[in-house]
Design a protein around this ligand. Sequence first.
Ligand code: ZN
Length: 324
Amino acid sequence: MSWLSNIPPGIKNIFRREDDGKDALWSKCPGCGEMIFQRDLEAARYVCPSCNHHMAITPEERLALIFDDGAYEAVEAPEPVTDPLKFRDEKRYTDRLRENRRKTGQPDAMQIAVGAVGGAEAVVAVQNFRFMGGSMGMALGEVLVKAAEEAVARRAALIVFAASGGARMQEGILSLMQMPRTTVAVDMVREARLPYIVVLTNPTTGGVTASYAMLGDVHLAEPGALIGFAGPRVIEQTIREKLPEGFQRAEFLEEKGMVDLVVHRHELKDTLSRLIRVLMKKHRQPAKPQAEEAVKEAEADNVATLEPPKAMPSSPVNLDKAAE
Ligand SMILES: [Zn+2]
């Protein structure tokens, strides 16, 4: 036992850093188990240099990565009613919220920023899995509606980085109501004929997958991301069948047509810039052909860094039509 264990917990807490894992000098890759020097990992944008495993990054790191010169402006969303059901499990919901707000420095699990992506203005909403598992409650609904309004007002593209365990159970039916609500928000962007691009990051599940995360003109995904509605164990128990290897992973879904393109984190900004450029240029045309062409262009540019595009029809893109 080291002398450190004799220090009372109260005093230990004073000296404890916010995210102990991140302050360590070395990090262990969850993909291959290799120890990586923290500074190298940061420089590689938290992608393992040995096995390409994409680790989680904070919304701030994500935004800095996406916007030109890392420059953006935060947009505040209206504050919703806190704890409408006076919910309590092991802890009071209000206490849980307070804890997560302190931990992340954000009011809830999604934040909005505005800036230039490849020279074009874009509204970017990032979901934070560290805030109660990126769960979707009233606050998140509010943020997504605000992001959509902001995109329409600025006539800019809307990009959403999804990462979520699903609905926020502490808000009961009110959290489920965010599914239609966010769907309407996405429709607003579509009616304004502005591009809506979703980037599915690890993990995107539950009610989020059942609403705005699957309604993009284009769906990109980070390699290896878990994307699904119910977890694999629940599905196996329901259908009484063994699920195929890599089921619900980004690459599998790309092959089956649920994801348009799996993009390496280092290529993400360029891919997004190109998509916005193509989609904005043609924003007066109907939504579907726009998306088709943008994906085709992005695919052509990605051939060098990714596997060749699969000959599977890819939603919402109709490749039969695109081949004409
Ligand atoms: Zn690795």
